[in-house]
Write a protein that binds this ligand. Structure first.
Ligand code: FPP
Length: 256
């Protein structure tokens, strides 16, 4: 038991036959189950989100060891505004606190922070902090931490399509130039590779409007742990299982 406790999460990932290529370079996570975690303990839902923020810290920290180069987290969806006012206000305060407390350490650890989503509806204080952390960490290259706030896949696609339509209307591009590459370049994720693996915690098996375009060929893992209970060891186990999968991207693999 002792040795097991000492084992690092990275040791759980057996070398895959394809070597480094089988590592999930970009992992996207739907962090679900904070509310249930709190309710089961008789606590207010916000306490679950606070515990979830601690999980964010632990998972971000272990990414470099696990070979994860880009980590995208679904923190607040375009639909989450419909939650009780107190929960929404509490979540916004939690995002501000996370950025205030963790930016210096993220920067020291070589983490580049980026955000996805429509920022217009967010408060000016949070928006200012998001802009500042993006600027401060822009030169870092150990890990991209991509946080989706007020994000919805359909909303992102509609915004990208609208921008392309405006460029066509201004005569900057011809309608024939609207292709997959042009659309992808207008998404919030421009410049990021598509996710290799999407993880959703809490046993729910939905994608809830997350990265609809980008996950066309992603692998999915639905795990039972509630997000506050999800450990680096659980993360390593999901990555190890991913490493054993065969990804075909619609092709036929020779000999298969
Ligand atoms: C879903 O669980 C979780 C959210 C809507 C919020 C996620 C936010 C955090 C983990 C807070 C910290 C984030 C950062 C980036 C610092 P739920 O509330 O829907 O859970 P339930 O389905 O059990 O109710």
């Amino acid at each position: 038991m002792r040795d097991q406790a000492r084992a690092r999460p990275v040791d759980m990932i057996a070398p895959a036959p394809g070597g480094e290529g089988r590592r999930a370079a970009h992992v996207a996570i739907i962090m679900d189950g904070n509310g249930r975690w709190a309710t089961r303990r008789g606590l207010p839902r916000l306490r679950g989100h606070q515990a979830g923020a601690e999980t964010v810290r632990r998972i971000v920290e272990c990414c470099p060891d696990l070979g994860v180069r880009h980590l995208t987290l679904f923190a607040f969806s375009t639909e989450n505004w419909q939650r009780p006012r107190e929960e929404v206000t509490g979540l916004m305060a939690l995002f501000r606190r996370y950025l205030r407390r963790d930016t210096a350490e993220l920067d020291r650890n070589g983490v580049r922070v980026r955000f996805l989503g429509e920022r217009g509806r967010l408060g000016p204080a949070l928006r200012g902090m998001m802009d500042a952390v993006e600027r401060q960490t822009a030169g870092n290259a150990t890990l991209d931490l991509v946080i989706a706030i007020n994000y919805g896949g359909r909303d992102e696609l509609a915004r990208a399509a609208r921008r392309l339509a405006e460029r066509v209307a201004r005569g900057e591009i011809a309608p024939e130039e609207v292709d997959e590459a042009a659309l992808a370049a207008g998404l919030d994720t421009a410049g990021l590779p598509d996710p290799d693996l999407v993880i959703r915690t809490s046993g729910e098996t939905r994608i809830s409007n997350f990265l609809l375009w980008q996950c066309a060929y992603a692998e999915y893992a639905f795990v039972p742990q509630l997000w506050p209970d999800f450990t680096p060891e659980d993360f390593a186990a999901v990555l190890a299982e991913y490493a054993s999968r065969e990804r075909r991207f619609g092709r036929v693999i020779a000999g298969g």
